[in-house]
Design a protein. Structure first.
Length: 575
């Protein structure tokens, strides 16, 4: 494909309404006052307690909603219904989240033991037990009394059981932890302390020493294994490993393999920094780790956030070269013949800078408004391409093979040495859990809906239709009532039908270039949009979509329209 000549008029810098630079969210801007070892002993111990069983966390599992609990406290599993995508074995069973702020259904496959939390809890248990037996700690004797919610509210007479009291050694922090270990301190209860060793109340000194030890031995566990810095907005993957949110985004730019265990991360590339600013519910940060970090070392977290902010603002404003030429799709190859000097320069720079990436955009020949950009010379949504191979010709022209990496939206654009450059925002799909919820909602809400016909969709045919069934327009079903897998089956059946009829748009060359028709619902729409002979200005609507299911429904709409076109063609051929 040749590079298309563009207007030589200089492009002025245009942008969407300016936003303030990315700044740390409230979750990453903690109070500068850390929890104090003695005064806040109860609050510190609560950080390591399971909200369900109240014991210190054992084999902690972080749920997709960001909350953590003991593995044994996961509620009873049930078979999940009306879910056909992805429908892998580990996602067929689920449970209702026991946390009141969530109460959503979670797939068991999304819930692995959190490696970081598990290591931290073991270190805390061992260090506390060891310190409680030291000479200085054993000299401090305290009576620890639980104050449940009724006592805190001043209506202790409503209690079902007597207040639990223990006399323990080791200061407030160690004694409170011991109460939790014995199962005598409910997660939402408070405590009171009474000194039982008059004249020898060194609790504050003992607590401070223990907390310093805990911070020291757990510090190494709180470093991200991608950037090797303190966690910033820690995000736990389904395999149980935790990284900074931005680091997960960087990893998913190149691979969906976990950097630690090499397992496939079922996190969709829906965790980019910009996307998450407005969609934090799709992949929330690890709540417990956030509390540990902001409660115990807020100064270090604030410093880490400042460094990340400085790195973000140091990146060039317009940093992505943009090729305004054609429509490309993620995962699919795009072959280009580069002959214009400006694009030859752009490709050479993309190769020399090491990443080999540039953006592909469809020209906006009809002058349609593109969101906040206004009437831009291109469609606002495009695909980031990665250069696979470059074949230089003797005269300086080149033939390049690329593959689609991800989608993006142009925020601002300008011009550099004749070609367009821009600031782009990655477009990611919703999470697998949200995808499954969308399918369930569609199917259950459409169970009683009527099925429209082609006439409902396209309008009445303008000509008399013969009784021959082969000339009847296709019947449209209610796509919402169909499962995701059924939508895929319709698409594959459509392709098979036209392949069997030796359609000119499904030749051996097409299969050689783009591969066989995919069996994966996530890949089918991109393959289908690449090979289907309809206008690119129709296909471009796929790029902003963030749901596999919605893209499949769009493809089936195209099929119906395509069949209707062929029906009218058959009608005209008989007149």
């Amino acid at each position: 494909m040749a590079s298309l000549p563009l207007n030589d008029t200089q492009l002025s810098l245009r942008s969407a309404p300016t936003k303030p630079p990315n700044s740390p969210t409230s979750s990453t801007t903690p109070s500068n006052t850390p929890l104090r070892a003695s005064t806040d002993a109860r609050q510190i111990v609560r950080l390591v307690q399971c909200p369900q069983c109240s014991y210190p966390l054992r084999e902690p599992v972080t749920l997709p909603c960001g909350n953590s609990l003991c593995k044994k406290c996961i509620p009873e599993l049930h078979l999940r219904e009306n879910i056909t995508y992805p429908a892998t074995a580990n996602r067929l069973q689920g449970f209702l989240c026991p946390f009141s702020a969530c109460r959503k259904e979670h797939a068991m496959g999304d819930c692995s033991v959190n490696v970081v939390l598990n290591n931290v809890m073991e270190l805390v248990r061992e260090a506390t037990e060891r310190y409680r037996n030291t000479a200085e700690a054993s000299e401090v004797l305290l009576q620890v009394e639980e104050r449940d919610k009724w006592s805190v509210a001043g209506v202790s007479f409503l209690r079902d059981a007597e207040a639990r009291v223990q006399v323990l050694r080791g200061g407030r922090l160690a004694s409170t932890y011991a109460m939790a270990e014995m199962g005598e301190l409910a997660y939402d209860s408070e405590v009171t302390y009474t000194v039982m060793s008059p004249g020898n109340d060194n609790s504050e000194v003992v607590d401070a020493a223990l907390l310093d030890q805990l911070k020291e031995i757990t510090r190494a566990e709180l470093d991200c294994q991608v950037c090797y810095g303190l966690f910033l907005e820690p995000l736990t993957t389904v395999c149980g490993h935790t990284f900074c949110r931005r680091c997960v985004h960087r990893v998913l730019d190149h691979t969906n393999i976990c950097p630690v265990c090499r397992r496939t991360m079922s996190i969709r590339p829906g965790i980019s920094a910009q996307w998450m600013e407005t969609n934090t519910q799709q992949s929330p940060s690890n709540t417990l780790l956030m509390k540990l970090l902001t409660g115990l070392c807020p100064e270090a977290v604030a410093e880490r956030a400042e460094v990340a902010q400085a790195e973000s603002t140091s990146v060039g404003e317009l940093d992505t070269p943009l090729f305004i030429c054609t429509l490309s799709c993620p995962t699919m190859p795009t072959f280009l013949f580069i002959f214009e000097p400006r694009y030859r320069l752009m490709i050479r720079r993309a190769v020399e800078n090491g990443n080999g990436n540039f953006g592909m955009l469809l020209p906006n020949r009809k002058g349609k408004a593109q969101g906040d950009l206004g009437v831009a010379p291109f469609y606002q949504y495009g695909t980031l391409l990665h250069i696979i191979d470059v074949r230089l010709l003797p005269d300086g022209r080149s033939m390049i093979e690329t593959v689609g990496v991800s989608r993006f939206r142009v925020l601002r654009y300008g011009e550099l040495d004749g070609y367009t450059i821009g600031k782009v925002e990655r477009i990611d799909d919703i999470s697998l859990a949200a995808e499954e919820a969308l399918e369930v909602t569609d199917i259950t809400s459409s169970s009683t809906a009527s099925n429209p016909t082609a006439e409902d969709h396209f309008g009445a045919p303008p000509y008399h239709v013969a009784s021959d069934s082969s000339l009847q327009p296709p019947i449209l079903r209610d796509f919402n009532s169909m499962s995701t897998q059924d939508l895929l089956k319709i698409g594959r059946a459509f392709v098979k039908k036209w392949q069997d009829s030796s359609a000119g748009w499904l030749t051996d060359r097409v299969y050689t270039a783009y591969g066989d028709c995919p069996e994966d619902p996530a890949l089918f729409p991109w393959w289908f949009a690449t090979v289907l002979p309809i206008d690119d200005y129709v296909k471009v609507d796929l790029l902003p979509s963030t749901s596999v299911r919605e893209r499949l429904k769009m493809c089936v709409e195209w099929m119906v329209q395509f069949e209707a076109t062929k029906w009218y063609a058959n009608l005209f051929s008989q007149t």
